[in-house]
Design a protein around this ligand. Structure first.
Ligand code: BGC
Length: 278
């Protein structure tokens, strides 16, 4: 369990200690690096409480007060299980499994506790005009490209992921989000459908250092790599941004890549798996 937490840089809790909470003028209570973990006492800790008003009444959101919620289990169709084991309930509210964020309430997130997303990392090898795979002049390793979208909420480049709907199988979310955000078309020949069925390799399941996280609501994701090795399938597709994305493109992956939340750390796992240039 711990290994999956440690790997993709989740302990940094950097994005989710941003000073001003996104889409608001609410300031997070200051949490210095050495006071993130709950087991380090922080006597004067007094997080600001905030839940964005537009969350109330949304079909994808919980009730304003979490009465009757079945924590740490499937609650009806809503998956309230964390990838990081049992989270604590303090004063009736679930506690962020990594540590303090300087904000209580749900902020922009719909669920108390874990909010589950799924992230498809769709990759191909970078090729020249003759179709030869290109390697990097310094590392000598082949260059991997991924489909990245520019998120409309924070304008950052990201994996084209999305939220898992209640009762939905993660594999359905992965394909749906990819088609909605990066293709924006009808998969007539079922090619994308087939591609997603055959080639997903598990990369990461766990906490995401998301800018919306609070002490009581946080993002977790399941990331799978869908790799088109000979570039004949999804690697050929024309990309077109849709839904929550303002832009989409095949992006070279390397150590300088800056992505939303800890997506770059998750993508790094794919690079290691495929022994590609970083
Ligand atoms: C995104 C996912 C991301 C998750 C956590 C969701 O809104 O669609 O790509 O992993 O948030 O940041």
């Amino acid at each position: 369990m711990l290994a999956s937490i440690v790997k993709p840089g989740t302990f940094r809790h950097i994005m989710c200690r941003n000073n001003i909470y996104p889409r608001s003028n609410v300031t997070r209570f200051s949490v210095p690096d050495d006071l993130v973990f709950w087991n380090v006492p922080y006597e004067s800790y007094c997080p600001t409480c905030y839940t964005a008003p537009h969350i109330n009444g949304q079909t994808w959101a919980d009730e304003p007060l979490p009465f009757g919620i079945k924590w740490n289990q499937n609650d009806g169709l809503v998956n309230r299980v964390s990838f990081h084991g049992e989270y604590k309930i303090k004063n009736g509210l679930p506690q962020n499994p990594i540590g303090r964020t300087g904000l209580c309430g749900r902020g922009l997130l719909g669920r108390w506790g874990p909010n589950h997303a799924a992230d498809p990392i769709v990759t191909r090898w970078k090729r020249d005009e003759n179709g030869e795979v290109l390697s990097h002049e310094n590392s000598g390793k082949n260059i991997l490209q991924m489909v990245a979208i520019q998120r409309s909420d924070n304008k950052m480049w990201a994996i084209p992921g999305g939220m898992v709907d209640p009762g939905e199988n993660v594999s359905v979310t992965l394909k749906r989000e990819f088609t909605e955000e990066a293709l924006n078309f009808d998969d007539k020949g079922n090619m994308v459908e087939q591609f997603f069925k055959q080639s997903g390799e598990h990369v990461y399941s766990g906490y995401v250092d998301d800018f919306r996280n609070t002490d009581n609501s946080w993002m977790e994701t399941t990331a799978l790599n869908f790799h088109d090795d000979d570039g004949s399938k999804v690697g050929q597709l024309q990309l077109q941004a849709g839904d929550d994305a303002t832009n989409v493109r095949w992006t070279d992956i390397n150590g300088d890549l800056k992505l939303h939340a800890n997506h770059a750390d998750i993508v790094r796992e794919v690079i290691i798996k495929r022994n590609a240039h970083w």
